[in-house]
Design a protein. Sequence first.
Lengths: 176, 367
Amino acid sequence: MIKNILLLIFVLFFSCAGGLQNSEPDYYFEVDIPEGWRKLDTNKFFLITKDGAFLQYALIQQRPLDRSFKHTRKKLKKEMLPQEAAGVIIDEIMSDKNILNFKLIQNIPAVIQGNKGFTIVFSYRDQDGSALKTLYYGFIRDNYFYNLRYTAVKKLYFDRDFETFQKFVASFRFVK
Amino acid sequence: VIATGCAAPKVDVVKEDLLVSDDEQMIWQKALEEQKDLNASGVLLQDEELHTYLNQVVRNLRPDNLPADMTFRVLVIRDSFLNAFAFPNGTIYLNTGFLARMENEAQLAALLAHEMAHCTQRHSLRVLRSIRESSKFIGSLQQSLAGVAMAATATGIRRDFEIEADIVGLDYMVAADYDPYEALRLLKHLKASIEMEKINEPYFFGTHPRVQARINEVQRLLETSYSDQHGGIKNTEIFFSKVNPVLLENACLDLRSGRFGLAQRGLEKYLQRVQNNARAYYLMGETFRQRGRRGDNAKALSYYRRATLTDPDYPEPRKAIGLIHYKKGHKALAKQFFESCLRLAPDSPDKAYIQSYIKECTEDGEG
């Protein structure tokens, strides 16, 4: 694997538009991009893919806790337990009318780089009828909710890159 | 294309027989395809008794002089938003959110009659033809236009068709001996509900001015055409005996989408008629716990306790009590509730979380 170290500086223009007061990032993090994957340019997420985002992708999001969700009015709070945070995320996903045949496969506690969080695994169909599966790690640290996700077409793609994503998650680290 | 359709001149009532024309056959075919996708999407509520009841109301409303092919069927979507729509072939979809906010069968009849009128007045076909008449670029777009026409009807873009559906729908209600004034009460009640929750509801009511416009129109009709029609069937108790389970289902959806006020009102409405239901008490507790305002934990605990008293074998409220104590640092007490939860549900889906709490409580002792 070619080791790519990325220093991600979140200027968070989108967050500012959503009401965040400070424009300076609270955290920097690094991850190793797996060989053969490429980073797509998006201002909202750190997103990488090997075969194209319609087939499989991994993303990392650093989300201010006070930012509203699109589909549920619930909010994440600093004092929430990982299970409660997972509940909000599941509710957000299930309230999205574009997510069809949602099935929660697993919801368990997890520790991500020393941070207490959760892992959820779920399958669903999108509006085009594609059957997809997602592995989702999430945790709250200070005023942010971090999530590391891997979504892929259920058949052929999800299992193939599962291990690669786990290594990607293991490489995640804060540098501040 | 929709904009063109909206600006199009009014197309007169279709006089030809049902399904004679190619464009109507195409629009019905398109409807079947869309319904197939919708029915397979996992959003439909499975409740045979409720569907039997809803379809009986539709049979009460159906005029005898309709063509044999114009049949109606009602299906319920698990969705807490105020929405209902009809496909041109007579299949009506109704959200749980709508059912949950009604007060009696006459209000249900008002809504269903309105949707039936969209079908009997062949609004989708008329939208399609009005788009064609004002557009020069049709050709291969026929199939897409059929979808646009259905969507335009379902979303109430043509205000003249909405008013026509209200007029015809009131006729159906009166002919079936329902109290037509309930149509007005339904509109007013829903407008208040939308304002209270600051809801920007899609489709059926859309925006406040449009709700008010429809209220005004129905009021005018009642004062003119139906001024002697006070009274009629309401069937409040029958309605709630069939619809009450939907209130619980819909409260879960409101809770999921963080609309705590609506969830609370739905549950209170349910508990007015069904006393001592452990799940309703538990959901009420969840509503307060998840809302998390000052004093909500105490209210939540009170409802969880009522749930456990009503059904001592119900594990969820025990877990929830455990969570409240756990977060307060009352680890020994929390542990008792977590353990009792796992005794009742050893294969609980969140077993891993509960076990981690128990482990931590054991290590920490009383905080």
